[in-house]
Design a protein around this ligand. Sequence first.
Ligand code: IFM
Length: 451
Amino acid sequence: MIAAEYHFPRGFLWGTATAAHQVEGQNTNNTWAEWEALGHTRGRAGRACDWWAGRWKEDLDRATEGGQNAHRFSVEWSRIQPTPDQWDEEALDHYRRMARGMVERGLMPLVTLHHFTDPLWFAEHGGWEATDAPQRFARFVRKVVSALREYVSHWVTINEPNIYAALGYASGEFPPGLQDPRRAQRVLVGLLRAHAAAYHAIHEVQPEARVGYAWHYRPMQAARPRHPLDRLARRVQYNAFNMGFPTAIVTGVFRSPLGRVRLPEARGTQDFFGLNYYSADVIRFSWRRRHHLFAQRVHPPGSDLSPGGMIANRPEGLFRSLKWASQFGKPILITENGVEDEADGLRRRYLAQHLRATWQAINFNIPVKGYFHWTLVDNFEWERGWEQRFGLWALDTTSQKRSKRPSADFYAEICRANALTSEMVERYCPEAFADVFPAGDLPARIDSPSV
Ligand code: IFM
């Protein structure tokens, strides 16, 4: 018997999110293939989930059977434009077939145009620091949108520009492996210009399109709330990581600790807000962290941590993130949320708690229109290689066999019911029941009145 339920609005989008390089396999012509070959990652993408060879079909069948009605995926620039003067129509056809395959399966496609990988020729030409990078990206975007517009109306221009710039140019874990905050800021400005150029290009080709970018937001607190250096480090880190890019999209001015850049072409280039939320941070000042603006990020004390220790399960952080995102006045899509958890011991309660936070936000009139879980099947996790498993389905990379984790069934029930119920939580993650359905807020059981 259902005692209580959190019901989502009609038409809510339920999906999973993937990215080309993480699932396709056989990518050889981009910066990540090169980075892996140089030995900077724990293992290589290899065949990944074998989507390029056609396994996207069976995985999308899994998504549909799992009650989902949307899917976020990305196209690989280096396949579509292998050299500056060459378009690979076969590759474009592949993505057309995929987008059509989604529509036929009842999944609304949400397409990301850039998700961390750059074609080698583009990187050799100066990457996002080159003055003509926005035009080059817009040319590619025009080509893709013209090819897919029959099936796709929602576009994410760039995934997590802040992660791309911070990890590639400040901490050095992503290619090109630099530790230069000044260049990280320059890259972020390049990505802003590219986003703006892509936004305008998409609307030229498809005026009715809905366009956004996917932003990785981290709520942050000072480790010692009264300590002036912790507070300063937190403020600098918060503004640099969370605020510069989204604010510039509203004002047309990018402000960073290193200066101010005017970008009038970026103003108003957003039809929805794409939010990627995983975890929250506590910030401590550290003299040793010059490349990180003197900030040491740690998990909030006492957090429920993922097995690899990367993610702190802080669902209230999602509520705060949604509240923060609502200031931009646009519909919000949760474009990513999930946890690395091979044994599936944490994922079910993480999911229940984060969906409760989402429901709460909706009830505060925050316009959340969809939720895309990261991810459908275990995929290649960048510098962490195959060590982290984010999938609702587990993947054996040798045999390509998929095995369903209990979370896949849980998520399927939620998607089908368009609701999270107390009965589901009791079955899938009883340890989180009191948190997800607090006795003080709702009766644990409401008995039907006898008639
Ligand atoms: O796998 C990544 C994804 O590519 C971008 N956002 C975070 C995910 C989990 O690490």
